[in-house]
Design a protein around this ligand. Structure first.
Ligand SMILES: *[C@@H]1O[C@H](CO)[C@@H](O)[C@H](O)[C@H]1NC(C)=O
Ligand SMILES: *[C@@H]1O[C@H](CO)[C@@H](O)[C@H](O)[C@H]1NC(C)=O
Ligand SMILES: *[C@@H]1O[C@H](CO)[C@@H](O)[C@H](O)[C@H]1NC(C)=O
Ligand SMILES: *[C@@H]1O[C@H](CO)[C@@H](O)[C@H](O)[C@H]1NC(C)=O
Ligand SMILES: *[C@@H]1O[C@H](CO)[C@@H](O)[C@H](O)[C@H]1NC(C)=O
Ligand SMILES: *[C@@H]1O[C@H](CO)[C@@H](O)[C@H](O)[C@H]1NC(C)=O
Ligand SMILES: *[C@@H]1O[C@H](CO)[C@@H](O)[C@H](O)[C@H]1NC(C)=O
Ligand SMILES: *[C@@H]1O[C@H](CO)[C@@H](O)[C@H](O)[C@H]1NC(C)=O
Ligand SMILES: *[C@@H]1O[C@H](CO)[C@@H](O)[C@H](O)[C@H]1NC(C)=O
Ligand SMILES: *[C@@H]1O[C@H](CO)[C@@H](O)[C@H](O)[C@H]1NC(C)=O
Ligand SMILES: *[C@@H]1O[C@H](CO)[C@@H](O)[C@H](O)[C@H]1NC(C)=O
Length: 394
């Protein structure tokens, strides 16, 4: 592809012409029938997502804060990455270093006392003030010009475009609300790793129980492999079969609590950790195509009857069962239903993050053959992370 110089010129003019008059926490509300989503420029972040439960009651299924000014504060304290875009390279980089074309780069080690990089370094894309490019009642676009932030090589231009839609496609012609996320990144000068993801935390239970273990189910029909990691969640180069690791096997629908019980003693989410913080590989059947946008992840709550079906062009999904939440962050007051036994704070296993992405630390594991998914340059195509989230009730 020879479009990079053209895109670079366009990028420069777009960024130059777009003056940020709004604050990084100005809210942009998108609406379609039975779906309302709110985004802020700070981290190109989802802060609220309302869909109806089975009784038609509007339910915010995204974890975070009602007060958008809390997101920058959160970053300085608990740094949860709630709803943000993470990048330039999502997830972990072993020994905060990588080599491309014989050049070795060091980026900040911002986790485990400096042993590795997490989500792009000290100030990742989640903490950047993105520029608002365009918006209307059903879509918003943000951009970020990354001029070698955090010591990553070269300049990368990203647009994050979100939209909501709703078509009368249910069995009885009922609305099928959809959120679409689209992250497009272009390397403008040097070859560089690019792996972005949306870091949305979900609670389909409407926080009606202290955690989501008993009533929320997951089904990932194509996740037969996962990436094995060491005690601090750095890949050790090998893949495991989910069929041989029941705590990670969601090839048939499974209650999250049943899976978490099966993880006990296996340290899947790190040394002495019970739960899931793992990278699942999506092996779509040959007749579907490796990056076809077909549903690869399903989740539903027995309590609210809300179901979410995700499709993506990505080859993997990181799943995190909120094992490190410790009940200090309050549930959004707007989400409180005040039912008996409801959660008032975000407890351990009180939410789940679903991050569509390529292979964690693929840049340090050339034997996996995923450089085409993770290394981009002016000569390659763009990096595109596309996902749709469909909602329904049962
Ligand atoms: C969902 O859509 C149906 C059909 O248009 C409508 O009757 C209902 O009020 C909507 N519910 C919510 C919570 O928006
Ligand atoms: C929102 O959060 C900011 C930052 O913590 C705080 O200064 C402000 O008072 C909060 N606003 C409300 C209405 O709580
Ligand atoms: C970690 O990276 C540094 C800097 O690139 C290098 O000097 C060191 O040998 C690496 N350590 C390990 C254990 O690979
Ligand atoms: C984002 O904007 C806020 C205030 O508008 C500013 O304090 C902060 O430094 C900016 N962050 C970055 C990374 O530029
Ligand atoms: C917003 O813009 C998109 C893209 O051009 C368009 O498809 C959509 O219909 C617009 N929505 C509204 C409510 O104008
Ligand atoms: C889950 O179910 C078990 C067994 O019925 C019960 O002891 C526990 O309190 C429940 N937990 C939640 C969060 O509902
Ligand atoms: C990688 O870790 C898994 C457990 O997570 C272990 O079974 C496997 O032997 C390890 N592989 C290597 C090469 O260390
Ligand atoms: C794991 O638990 C064991 C036994 O309680 C303890 O000795 C060890 O220090 C723990 N390791 C870590 C990394 O927390
Ligand atoms: C909860 O986590 C926060 C942030 O990591 C920490 O500051 C706080 O001490 C923890 N609280 C408890 C009760 O463990
Ligand atoms: C984490 O967030 C909670 C709630 O906002 C707060 O009470 C706690 O002090 C924070 N932890 C740290 C280490 O600041
Ligand atoms: C739940 O309780 C909170 C705090 O007491 C209140 O602000 C909120 O309106 C209540 N919500 C509902 C749905 O009753």
């Amino acid at each position: 592809m020879k479009t990079a110089p053209l895109i670079a010129a366009l990028a420069t003019s777009v960024v130059a012409q777009t003056t940020t008059t709004s604050s990084p926490t100005t809210e942009f509300t998108l609406q379609a029938n039975n779906i309302t989503a709110i985004f802020i420029p700070y981290g190109a972040r989802l802060v609220s997502l309302q869909v109806p439960d089975r009784n038609g009651r509007s339910t915010d299924v995204a974890v975070g804060y009602d007060n958008s000014s809390m997101y920058p504060v959160d970053t300085a304290t608990n740094h949860t990455y709630f709803g943000a875009v993470v990048g330039r390279y999502a997830n972990r980089i072993k020994n905060h270093t990588f080599t491309i074309d014989g050049n070795t780069y060091n980026v900040p080690g911002n986790e485990h006392g400096g042993l590795n990089t997490l989500h792009g370094g000290n100030v990742g894309y989640d903490q950047r003030n993105w520029t608002v490019l365009a918006h209307n009642d059903s879509s918003v676009s943000f951009s970020l010009l990354d001029t070698s932030f955090e010591n990553f090589p070269g300049t990368v231009l990203t647009t994050a475009t979100y939209s909501v839609s709703s078509y009368p496609s249910g069995p009885q012609g009922q609305p099928r609300p959809r959120l679409t996320t689209k992250l497009v990144s272009v390397a403008l000068d040097l070859p560089t790793p690019i792996m972005l993801s949306n870091h949305i935390y979900w609670n389909l239970n409407a926080f009606q129980a202290s955690n989501i273990l008993n009533d929320t189910y997951i089904w990932m029909p194509y996740s037969d492999r996962y990436i094995q990691t060491d005690g601090i969640l750095i890949p050790n180069g090998t893949f495991g079969l989910t069929s041989q690791n029941p705590g990670l096997d969601f090839q048939s629908p499974k209650r999250i609590g049943a899976a978490v019980d099966q993880t006990s003693g296996h340290d899947y989410c790190g040394t002495n950790c019970t739960g899931i913080d793992n990278a699942f590989i999506l092996d779509r059947p040959a007749n579907i195509g490796a990056d076809s946008v077909v549903p690869v992840f399903h989740m539903w709550s027995q309590t609210t009857g809300i179901q979410m079906d995700m499709s993506t062009n990505q080859q993997g999904i990181q799943i995190y069962t909120c094992v490190s939440q410790n009940g200090t962050i309050p549930v959004k007051p707007s989400q409180l239903r005040n039912s008996t036994g409801a959660a008032q704070y975000i407890n351990p296993y009180g939410c789940i993050a679903i991050e569509p992405q390529a292979y964690i630390d693929g840049i340090n594991n050339p034997q996996w053959g995923v450089d085409n998914l993770e290394i981009f340059s002016p000569e390659t195509g763009p990096s595109v992370n596309y996902a749709t989230y469909d909602f329904s009730t049962f």
